[in-house]
Structure formats: structure tokens, C-alpha cells
Design a protein around this ligand. Structure first.
Ligand SMILES: Nc1nc2c(ncn2[C@@H]2O[C@H](COP(=O)(O)OP(=O)(O)OP(=O)(O)O)[C@@H](O)[C@H]2O)c(=O)[nH]1
Ligand SMILES: [Mg+2]
Length: 317
């Protein structure tokens, strides 16, 4: 070994010989609760959540660290049939996560019976999983009526034929500890790759953009939530204050009007809620300034998508 090669022990934090670590891809259809589950496991919100499908747009790491394990959860965009370049980008991101995983955690919404869309996901999994174990988490158990419980659970298991099944609620936390134990047992022995206090690999700038986009997803309707992208053009940290300036891009003039709202009411609401979340996260007071601009049909234009951080070529290297 030369003087320049660090010893492994000095690179990774010291852990016991039976420490495990690895990558768990959290996949499923849009809106089944993937991001909610990861936020719950980390005990902090790192990923945008909304009642609308296709909230998550890129892979995002959620790092869970305990005494004997470090699980790198990969939150993924919901698998769906893409209708534009952004959709293709999203599905591609989910598929890459599937191929890289040590364990695949497939989420289904168990409050609904399985349908053809679930069958489509299973086909994608069969194509990409190789011999990676697939754990099925039947989520939203809190919404499941007692009289449908056995029937729906059995139907989902029959559709997926998973390695193992769990009934959970990402909202209440029911069943999540058992799931974590089983995920841990299935990971290989390995080091703690990230410092124990690190929750994700993205920076606060990205989290700020996602927080703003989450509020757009929550408060706007139809095409607007999906046609909005957020760019943080300035992020300044001071001892007690964080000053953030963001631009919300939409695809058409009419969408811009709706996003701003009557007398600026909508953009104000989005800004206020995002600011409150960001104040809790940064533990500083936050000054947040938002503007709305039109970037015609950006979801169909690879160059514009790249500018907004959805860069297929660079991300797949
Ligand atoms: N009742 C109930 N609601 C849940 C549960 N998990 C998630 N939700 C709700 O389901 C909706 C979608 O949750 P997300 O976490 O954004 O779903 P996702 O799978 O990440 O969705 P995409 O990013 O669009 O693929 C939100 O309104 C959540 O509050 C659960 O266990 N119970
Ligand atoms: Mg999500």
C-alpha cells in the first residue's frame, strides 16, 4: 500500500464485524406511499409527498443507520406508462434502481384490490430483477376494511408471488419495524458507507426545491402539478437566517396565471407552507422569494429538462 491509499478502516466509521449494509430499491406504482415510507423510517422528511400520483421524479437516497446496519433506501418515481420525455426519464430512474438493488421492496396499496396496472409492474420486475429478492410491502393497511383484509392480501400476493410479504402502514408505522428487521437480515455484511447522521445525499438546495414542488403538487390540480419544475436560483445561509429564491417553471401562460392565483393567493400559500417546512428543517428563519415563469413544453424537450435537473444522459453514466 502506498502512502496515498487510505486504509478502509479510516474511510468508513468503525462498526462490528457483523455489520450489514446495502441498497434497497423502493419501487411500485405512483402514489402507493414509497416516499412516505422512507420519510417515516428516517424520522425526517427528505422526500416530497402528495396525494397525487407521480410526485417523485428522480431517484433519491434515504440513509437509515442503526447500530448493526446501514440501509441505503432508494426512493424511486412510480412506475407508469410514460406520455412524455419527463415520464420516460422517471421510469428509467426507477428501472436503474431496480437493477442496482440488493433487495427490491415493492409497495402495493392494499386498500385496493390488484388490477392490470399491478400486473404490468410485475412484468417489469420479472424482466429486471435477476435473482434479487422481492419483498412485498402491502401499504395503507390502516385503510383496509376488516372484511376485505384476507381477500385483498391474498390477491396481491398471488399477483406478485414475492419472496416475503409484509402488511404495513407508512402513515402510522404499523409493521415497519418488522420490515426493517427482515430487510437487515437480507443485506450482505458490509461497512457503514455514510456518517451515521447523514440522511440523504442531496443538498439542502435540492430539498428546498422539492419542498416547494410538494406544495404545488398538493394545492394545484390537473396538469399544473405535473407541468411545474422548481429551480433554486439563490440559496444563502447566514447564522440565523436562510435566504432562498426560487423560480417555478410551467409550460403555458394559462398555467402561470393559475399558479400565481387571484391576487397572488396561490403562490403566497405555496410560499408560506414551503417556508414553514424549511424553517423547521434548517432551524433558522427563512426568507423565501418565488417567481413564476413559462418554459414552453419543457417536459417534451430534453435540453430544457436537462436545465431543470432532469438529465437522462448524465444520470445514467
Ligand atoms: N392512509 C394512508 N395513506 C398513506 C400511507 N402511505 C402513504 N399515504 C398517502 O398516499 C399518498 C401518496 O404518498 P407518496 O409517499 O407521495 O407516494 P409515492 O409512492 O411516493 O408516490 P409517487 O412519488 O408519485 O410515485 C399521500 O397522500 C400519502 O399521505 C398509508 O400507509 N396510509
Ligand atoms: Mg414518491
Amino acid at each position: 500500500m502506498t502512502d496515498f491509499e487510505p486504509e478502509l478502516d479510516s474511510v468508513f466509521e468503525q462498526t462490528s464485524a457483523d455489520h450489514r449494509s446495502g441498497m434497497v430499491a423502493v419501487v411500485g406504482r405512483p402514489n402507493v406511499g414509497k416516499s412516505t415510507l422512507i420519510n417515516h423510517i428516517l424520522g425526517q422528511k427528505i422526500a416530497a409527498v402528495s396525494p397525487k400520483p407521480q410526485t417523485t421524479r428522480k431517484r433519491q437516497l434515504g440513509i437509515y443507520t442503526a447500530q448493526d446496519v446501514q440501509i441505503l433506501f432508494v426512493d424511486t418515481p412510480g412506475l407508469h406508462l410514460p406520455r412524455h420525455k419527463l415520464g420516460e426519464f422517471m421510469v428509467q430512474h426507477a428501472e436503474v434502481a431496480l437493477r442496482e438493488a440488493d433487495v427490491i421492496l415493492l409497495l402495493h396499496d392494499v386498500s385496493q384490490p390488484p388490477d392490470r396496472g399491478d400486473g404490468h409492474i410485475v412484468e417489469t420486475l420479472t424482466r429486471l430483477r435477476g435473482d434479487t429478492p422481492v419483498l412485498l410491502a402491502l401499504n395503507k393497511a390502516d385503510l383496509l376494511d376488516a372484511d376485505k383484509r384476507d381477500r385483498y392480501v391474498a390477491a396481491h400476493i398471488e399477483t406478485v408471488k414475492p419472496t416475503q410479504t409484509f402488511l404495513i402502514s407508512a402513515l402510522t408505522g404499523e409493521g415497519v419495524d418488522t420490515l426493517l428487521q427482515e430487510l437487515t437480515a437480507r443485506l450482505p455484511l458490509g461497512p457503514r458507507y455514510y456518517p451515521a447522521e447523514q440522511l440523504t445525499e442531496v443538498n439542502m438546495r435540492f430539498i428546498a426545491a422539492e419542498t416547494i414542488r410538494e406544495k404545488v403538487m398538493q394545492h394545484t390540480e390537473e396538469e399544473i402539478p405535473h407541468a411545474t419544475a422548481v429551480e433554486i436560483d439563490s440559496y444563502r445561509e447566514m447564522p440565523d437566517q436562510t435566504v432562498i429564491s426560487g423560480i417555478l417553471y410551467v409550460e403555458r401562460d394559462s398555467q402561470k396565471g393559475i399558479l400565481i392565483g387571484k391576487g397572488g393567493a396561490m403562490i403566497k400559500r405555496i410560499g408560506t407552507e414551503a417556508r414553514q417546512d424549511l424553517e423547521a428543517m434548517t432551524e433558522t428563519s427563512v426568507h423565501l422569494e418565488l417567481r413564476v415563469k413559462v418554459l414552453k413544453n419543457w417536459r417534451k424537450d430534453a435540453r430544457l429538462m436537462q436545465r431543470l435537473g432532469y438529465n437522462v444522459a448524465a444520470d445514467e453514466k
